[in-house]
Design a protein around this ligand. Structure first.
Ligand code: HEC
Length: 144
């Protein structure tokens, strides 16, 4: 390879790297889809979710403990919703502890779970593998 070819090769790789870097860092995939639902109440609820360590037993977006159910879409799931969520938070069950939450705390947690519900779905990605080995993605974490 002549020196000219080496230089050409180097600079074409260098330019490709530059273009790729710009594309990756200007892609909007990191946008928070539920940002408009992240109210002050929801922010308080997030802190309470951490304070009471709900994540020890529950998953959000598929991550967390597995003793209780995934809560990502509990606010909109069939047969669930705000009424059920409030009931669990108010009284607990034999398996879910009663944290003796105040009404304000329950409101904040409900606001946080509403924000989570509107900002994504769980399972975050749903795949199926076709007979020819290709993979199909049914959902990509975006709420329709
Ligand atoms: C010690 C484990 C544990 C902790 C900590 C915990 N939970 Fe639970 N939770 C459970 C279990 C287990 C269930 C299912 C209970 C049942 O069906 O009787 C549940 C059920 C629920 C449900 C009803 C979900 C459904 O679809 O039925 C909600 C809502 C909920 N928890 C919210 C919370 C929140 C919010 C926190 C934090 C303040 C929390 N949990 C902390 C174990 C826990």
């Amino acid at each position: 390879m002549s020196l000219l070819h080496k230089r050409l090769f180097f600079w074409s790789l260098f330019i490709a790297f530059g273009i790729y870097t710009v594309v990756v860092f200007t892609d909007d995939a990191g946008d928070d889809m539920g940002a408009e639902y992240f109210t002050q109440e929801a922010a308080n609820g997030k802190l309470l979710y951490q304070k009471y360590n709900c994540t020890a037993c529950h998953q959000l977006y598929g991550l967390g403990g597995y003793m209780g159910p995934d809560l990502t879409n509990v606010m909109s799931a069939n047969g669930r919703g705000e009424f059920i969520v409030r009931a669990f938070l108010k009284s607990g069950t034999q398996k879910m502890p009663n944290f003796n939450l105040t009404d304000d705390e329950i409101n904040d947690l409900v606001a946080y779970l509403s924000y989570v519900d509107k900002s994504g779905i769980s399972p975050v990605r749903d795949f199926s593998i076709n007979a020819d080995g290709t993979v199909e993605v049914f959902s990509n974490g975006a709420k329709e």
